[in-house]
Design a binder for this molecule. Sequence first.
Ligand code: AHR
Length: 330
Amino acid sequence: MKTRRILSLVLFLLFLASCAGNAPNTEDPPPPLIRVGFSQVGSESDWRLANTKSMTNALSEENGFELLFDNARQKQENQFLAIRNFIQQEVDYIVIAPISEYGWDSVLTEARDAGIPVIIMDRQIQVEDDSLYTCWIGSDFYNEGKIAVNWLDDQLALQKRTDEDINILHIQGTDGATAQLMRTKALEDAVAEREHWNIVAQLKGEYTEAKTYELVSEYLKTGESFDVIYSENDNMTFGALRALNEAGITHGRYGEVTVITFDAVREALQYCLNGKIDLCVECNPLHGPRVADIIRRLERGDSLSKKNYMEEISFSFSTLTPEIINAREY
Ligand code: AHR
């Protein structure tokens, strides 16, 4: 615990002691805020915005936190700068949503030397020494990919297309992000096991609509046809659909192209309900309350699991209703 915080706590306890014997006073000062530095990936997607909102709501002053927020704008060097800045400011905890899995050893060693616990959120990290971070909370991205490929198996069987060649246009997120690595692995594993599935191209959409729109528009000019789009997030899917629409290619619910997307934000679910996207695999961004809970438990000295998975489901045209969409937080 940092010196400044120990001092505030001591003053707070002295104050309480001086009030001992008196009835609790509504004017008693609140306990010192827990100072948390949060390095966020960026604002590349609707998912990310929902995630930031969840964090800022949960780690609010009313809930006992002072949140120092930094948006890294999808650049890992910005994350390193932010973390060094948090260390200098002697925050009590650092929360990192890492852009990539790699390259964290040095900066996390600096955080450990400064005695600041680090919580990793959303994507994972690969470090030589796992004790460089306290715990991780996020999604099982490989399982999300498995949900998608299993659904495609069932769909093709339903449409009696199991003996047809199935060409897949694969749109990938940022290189080295767990969401990219694991969703890609689930698809590549499935393709390796199935005789008729082929990946016709892998386009790097960087999780953004604009980049994907450009790439898919260019790709369509090659005249190569494909049966399925497997897109590693909703915003890239929106960009791809815009390009397909402009080219007059039908998609969703037995159109020319079957569309599979990840995240399941409200707009994607609406497309799915309208039969324009076939499958939305949920990636839950509501980490804020869980991160707050982890910090409170660390404050109490509770022991925690190293890895903590979010619960997730998927939605297709046949399971989705307007009520489900209206009840969603994001
Ligand atoms: O790491 C989670 C991924 O990052 C989400 O799928 C995507 O939308 C976000 O930008």
